[in-house]
Design a protein around this ligand. Structure first.
Ligand code: PLP
Length: 383
């Protein structure tokens, strides 16, 4: 049996999404910027999809720009807004648990002359709002806090954070990659001025995402050299990907109850079974503000990498550390930010469930994990 429990790294494409994409990979191959009919027919589809995505997010259509994914969108928004709004100030604030495409970009900006402050989080990974209030200043141009954390699933109070940013006239950006399909976001109502998303996290294709920047906000280009996106991003449109992302987002919104109910039931069942079957385990972060699909568990006395490899041999796929880029065996800065001791930083496994999982798979996982843990602990030098 193969069990895929790494849905925060990527999801399997929904067959309905693939079907919607196929014509744009075959007979409808025209470049959406071409003036002839094959191009213009596709341009219509492109703009219809843009409007549909913006409509679902309750955003203004003209602010939505297609990118190669969320890493590009995060880079574009941080670099583009900071460099275009120097008159407001050169101060940038990001949370301590941001994805590297935000955190490393912010650090690079600080090396290039911008001022950076990192907002601390509590033991659940939630931004400390009191501390944030003190950090945001009159010269803060941008505050960036993700909606849902990719490692521990923490859901932030985005409305409160937006208010704190806006009180000082700063823009608020949120990386909403892991929030879809689990949260219903209304960008306008929540005060989100800019956001980034990525289709492959919600059963769409890889290599396509979007950035949203509320019209009227000044932003500089990241990729130049073409007139696509009204001159805001160069590069031929990935229409098949765009159509796939539109279809996936529509399904995510329409079928949200599946994620909220069925995935959460399975996730809770996994946690209950693990607690019953395996001693010396702890949940990293709390359950209250956690995305319905996530468990991040600390296994006393054994290394996460060893557990991951053993499970992989048994056909069970999970992740450890900063799981979007798990080649990097550095310990997790997210777990460090929520207060884990150094000796606990390498004993963790992230399980992220999805709509294609079932109870049989969870039983198989618990049964095998029990064996894996017992075997590894028998060799552990830490008693
Ligand atoms: C929270 C978060 N932001 C950004 C990204 C990067 O997305 P992409 O793979 O589309 O570049 C990921 C995952 O890799 C993520 O989990």
């Amino acid at each position: 049996m193969n069990v895929y429990l790494d849905n925060a790294a990527t999801t399997r494409i929904d067959p309905r999404v693939l079907k919607a994409m196929m014509p744009y990979l075959s007979e409808k191959y025209g470049n959406a910027s071409s003036i002839h009919a094959l191009g213009q027919d596709n341009n219509l589809i492109l703009e219809q999809t843009r409007a549909a995505i913006a409509g679902l997010l309750k955003a203004e259509t003209s602010g939505l720009l297609f990118t190669s994914g969320a890493s590009e969108a995060n880079n574009y928004i941080l670099r583009g807004i900071m460099s275009a709004n120097k008159a407001k100030g050169k101060h940038l604030v990001v949370s301590a648990i941001e994805h590297p495409s935000v955190l490393q970009t912010a650090r690079e900006l600080s090396r290039a002359g911008y001022e950076l402050d990192i907002a601390p989080v509590d033991a659940d990974g939630r931004v400390d709002l009191k501390a944030l209030k003190k950090i945001v200043r009159e010269d803060t141009a941008l505050v960036s806090v993700m909606a849902v954390n990719n490692e521990i699933g923490t859901i932030q109070d985005l409305e409160a954070i937006a208010q704190i940013a806006h009180a000082k006239g700063a823009y608020f950006h949120s990386d909403i990659v892991q929030a879809i399909p689990y949260l219903r976001l209304d960008l306008k109502k929540m005060g989100i001025d800019a956001c980034s998303l990525s289709a492959h996290k919600f059963y769409g294709p890889k290599g396509i995402g979007a950035s949203y920047v509320r019209p009227g906000i000044k932003i500089n280009n990241l990729i130049s050299g073409g007139e696509q996106e009204n001159g805001r991003r160069a590069g031929t449109y990935n229409l098949a990907g765009i159509v796939g992302m539109g279809t996936a987002l529509e399904l995510a919104y329409k079928e949200r109850s599946v994620y909220l109910k069925d995935v959460k039931l399975l996730r809770d069942y996994l946690w209950k079974s693990l607690k019953k079957e395996i001693p010396e385990i702890k949940l990293n972060g709390g359950l209250k503000y956690r995305s319905a699909n996530n468990l991040n568990i600390r296994f006393g006395r054994i290394e996460g990498e060893a557990i991951l490899m053993d499970l992989s041999l048994r056909g069970i796929y999970v992740s450890t550390g900063s799981a979007c880029s798990a080649h990097n065996l550095k310990s997790s800065s997210v777990l460090s930010a929520i207060g884990l001791a150094d000796y606990d930083l390498n004993c963790n496994i992230r399980f992220t469930l999805g709509r294609f999982n079932n109870k049989k798979e969870i039983d198989y996982t618990v049964k095998n994990l029990k064996k894996t843990v017992a075997r590894l602990r028998a060799f552990s030098p830490v008693k």
